[in-house]
Design a protein around this ligand. Structure first.
Ligand code: AKG
Ligand code: FE2
Length: 542
């Protein structure tokens, strides 16, 4: 599950460095092997260019005759049947196999591809620009983030992303990515490391287009991967047969004997004749709903913009101040508080941790990082909608964690001693890592959050332990604002109303990280022991 944390992804760099070392040894051995063969080749060729070219008997003496016979019966045999190449590749394969546990798995490749598609969707990114290493929105062709070192995707890279979508029958994404694959494959030579070819990409793109077909089709078409008959979806509303047809024809130029494609071409032609006016019209791809999320539009809008956050001084009740919370310990060094929202109450404490503290917390968390889970009924489970790894840090294990607890108590006035608060949860996001809209508090009586037996999560303090170059804001969906990551700051909010009910306006999310390695730490404070620190009220508004 490497793809779920950027820390793990970064560790793969050293794995690849080792592979490079193995490959160079292989290349040296193979180069030596070819050198040896070339020496033999030169020796034999020079004989044929030299003495064997004599008009009179070239093999007049027994020595030459012996050498010719010996070469043909022994030397050529040894060259032709040499196992050196197999031995060399065997060593390389063994080296690779030994490293396999530290290398990404298929689920990582899929997860990374999903991460890219997630960024494409949530930020409305233009795929062709993304392929060139530019982050541009479809609606605005200006880079909203410029990479210092730009990395481009190859035809084969795009083919693999398309294939991940295709295998899930998500033809919206597969069309967009196979189109890029076809475009890029057209201009490039074959490479041994590639998974796909131009023909594969054409084949898959044609079929993806076909699957998006608009009008009622009653026919059979064969799909490239299943090699079986496939009945067109009668209810399918979008699609373009003429695209599928021209792609299949192009494919036949490369692979004229492919009977399956011939069959499909015939069918496409027939369909076009039958349904000409409707099916040859332009196609509008529709994004699949994926996992249904009622708030998807609002969420994506808030990841792209700050939402309704007021401009400077527009709303005097939202201000910044030096805050002591009446604690003598903060008089000399008050904390810089920025009130972001009153309903729900959300504040940002700037400089809540020092750079060194953040670094240490990240370091202590590293060995304990595991795939993050979410509440699922009475238990906990991993989920597509939360892509990160997290670790729990006890205040007793490291001095800095204890110090942080004390600071939280000074600034919020809350008791964060266990079991009245959970241990510090340190989170590292993965490729396109995110946490879709959720509540931190329990919304059902059977939630595993009640296992501490100290009530619900009354408040959240979330500390940003790293900067992020692009993306990764914290979005409050119903409250309609988002907070971009501020390194070393802590975001605080009450999850519950003063009457103990969950405040639905705290529905929030961690937007997908575009560029950067996002770390946060969560402290969840429970209701018990806070009775005198946050008074009850029967007013459901408070
Ligand atoms: O990372 C974020 O911005 C939000 C994280 C969050 O909501 C959580 O971990 O519960
Ligand atoms: Fe949360």
């Amino acid at each position: 599950e490497m793809f779920t944390s950027m820390l793990s992804v970064n560790q793969a760099v050293s794995a690849e460095r080792k592979l490079i070392d193995h490959l160079i040894i292989y290349i040296e051995h193979e180069a030596q092997r070819l050198e040896d063969i070339k020496r033999f080749f030169s020796r034999v060729t020079s004989l044929h260019d030299g003495i064997y070219n004599e008009p009179s008997d070239p093999i007049a003496n027994p020595i030459a005759a012996f050498k010719l016979v010996k070469r043909l019966k022994s030397e050529w045999l040894n060259v032709v049947h040499s196992t050196e190449a197999e031995e060399n590749i065997k060593v390389l394969r063994e080296d690779y196999r030994r490293m396999e546990s530290s290398l990404p798995k298929l689920e990582d490749l899929r997860g990374a591809a999903h991460g890219l598609m997630r960024l494409q969707d949530v930020y409305n990114l233009h795929v062709e620009s993304l392929v060139r290493g530019h982050f541009q929105q479809i609606s605005d062709p200006v880079d909203f983030y410029k990479l210092s070192v730009s990395d481009m995707l190859s035809g084969d890279d795009c083919f693999l992303v398309g294939k991940v979508a295709y295998d899930l029958e998500d033809y919206y994404h597969s069309v967009l990515w196979f189109e890029e694959a076809v475009r890029l494959f057209r201009g490039t030579e074959w490479s041994p490391e590639n998974e796909g070819t131009l023909e594969d990409a054409l084949d898959h793109l044609a079929f993806s287009h076909f699957k998006e077909i608009k009008n009622q089709l009653k026919t059979w078409i064969t799909s490239p991967h299943r090699r079986c008959f496939f009945q067109a979806d009668l209810n399918s509303k979008t699609g373009n047969i003429s695209h599928a047809l021209s792609l299949s024809r192009e494919l036949l130029l490369h692979d004229p004997m492919n009977r399956r494609v011939h069959f499909n071409v015939e069918k496409y032609e027939k369909l076009l004749n039958e349904n000409l006016p409707a099916t040859s019209s332009g196609l509008t791809l529709k994004r699949p709903d994926g996992i249904y999320l009622r708030t998807r539009n609002a969420y994506e809008q808030l990841c792209q913009t700050k939402g309704s956050q007021p401009k400077h001084f527009e709303n005097p009740s939202l201000f910044c101040d030096y805050f002591t919370n009446g604690s003598p310990a903060l008089f000399l060094q008050p904390i810089r508080r920025e009130i972001i929202s009153l309903q729900p109450y959300v504040v940002l404490f700037h400089g809540f941790v020092t750079q060194a503290e953040a670094k240490n917390i990240r370091k202590y968390a590293m060995p304990g990082l595991r795939r993050s889970v979410v509440a699922s009924g009475m238990n906990q489970a991993t989920a597509e909608y939360r892509i990160s790894k997290s670790a729990w840090l006890k205040e007793s294990a490291h001095e800095v964690v204890g110090k942080l607890d004390q600071r939280i108590t000074l600034v919020t006035g809350l008791n964060v001693q266990p079991p009245y608060a959970e241990y510090l949860q340190v989170v590292n996001y993965g490729i396109g890592g995110h946490y879709e809209p959720h509540f931190d508090h329990a919304t059902s009586d059977s939630s595993p959050l009640y296992r501490l037996k100290t009530g619900n999560r009354v408040a959240t303090i979330m500390i940003y332990l790293s900067p992020v170059q692009a993306g990764g804001s914290t979005a409050f969906i119903y409250a309609n604002f988002s907070v971009p990551v501020v390194q070393n700051a802590a975001l605080f909010w009450w999850n519950l109303h003063k009457n103990g009910q969950g405040n639905v306006d705290t529905l929030h999310a961690g937007c997908p990280v575009i560029v950067g390695n996002k770390w946060v730490a969560n402290k969840w404070v429970h209701e018990y022991e806070q009775e005198f620190r946050r008074r009850c009220s029967l007013n459901p508004e408070e």
